[in-house]
Write a protein that binds this ligand. Structure first.
Ligand SMILES: [Cu+2]
Length: 285
């Protein structure tokens, strides 16, 4: 459900479940897993979570695993989504002290308010040796301002009828809905496109492989997941691509997962993730 519609009790329940998962130590495995699967195009081998068609199904499985962990602690909790086309300001209630907490301070980017502020002792950032122990943000990236994607930009991307296309990576010429949403078709200097630009707009730990260190990661990716659902509804005749394994002569052979090949680290096939309805429903508004 849209985070803007949560009651204050639901906000508190979500925060408490996330903090409890952190206390148990189980939160870190999500940070580590995401970092481990944050490969770039230049490296050899399989691309799975990013810069690849599996961007959507891999993150759906990732969010489901996380949500199941939260629901073991509190069965009423689900991951809310952040529609950044509507809640576009650092003054949004999303960043209030009873939910995600606020921006990082000027001097070092340290988040000082809310449940995930380092000073309260509940949110030490442990993954990544070169990074600070405190959560950081830099909302809007003032040194080189970026704006959150607009509804018009999102609608343009949703209008693309083809899911993905060769070479199935992050090249600006890689047409298709997946690459446009993931955001490699506009340079990083400009903040990238949709999904990437949201990571850039939040800044701090949201940039890079260990981005789940910032709990807003889950709300951002829950919306990305909903965007996939909306695209499926708009283009019922279009499906996931590639729909079969790439041939040996294909330059991307062995680097891309087709519809019925398993997605590490799970045994799940993308095709098992196409329909979200067996797992959850969205309250859209
Ligand atoms: Cu992301």
């Amino acid at each position: 459900m849209n985070q803007r519609n949560l009651t204050s009790r639901q906000r508190a329940q979500f925060v408490e479940a996330v903090l409890e998962l952190k206390r148990t130590g189980r939160y870190e495995k999500y940070v580590t897993l995401h970092a481990e699967y944050f490969a770039s195009d230049g490296e050899s081998g399989l691309r799975i979570a990013h810069m690849a068609p599996t961007f959507f199904p891999w993150h759906r499985q990732f969010l489901l695993a996380f949500e199941r962990d939260l629901r073991r602690l509190d069965p009423d909790v689900t991951i809310p989504y952040w529609d950044w086309t509507r809640d576009r300001s650092p003054n949004s209630a999303l960043w209030a002290a009873d939910f995600m907490g606020g921006n990082g301070r000027d001097s070092d980017g340290q988040v000082m308010t809310g449940p995930f502020a380092y000073g309260y002792g509940n949110w030490p950032v442990t993954h990544g040796v070169t990074r600070e122990r405190y959560l950081t943000r830099n909302l809007g990236r003032p040194y080189q301002p970026v704006a959150l994607p607009t509804k018009a930009e999102l609608d343009d991307a949703l209008a693309i009828p083809v899911y993905d296309a060769a070479p199935w990576n992050s090249a600006p010429g890689t047409r298709g809905f997946r690459n446009r949403i993931e955001g490699w078709t506009v340079s990083e200097a400009k903040g990238g496109y949709l999904h990437n630009r949201v990571h850039q707009w939040v800044g701090g730990h949201m940039i890079g492989g260990s981005s789940p260190n910032d709990p807003v990661f889950w709300l951002h990716h829950a919306f990305i997941d909903l965007v996939w659902v909306r695209w499926q509804r708009l283009h019922p005749a279009s499906g996931y691509l590639p729909d079969r394994a790439l041939g040996r002569r294909d330059p991307e052979h062995g680097r891309v997962i087709s519809a019925d090949e398993p997605m590490p680290p799970w045994d799940t096939r993308p095709s098992e993730m196409f329909d979200h309805r067996p797992f959850y429903t969205y309250e859209e508004n």
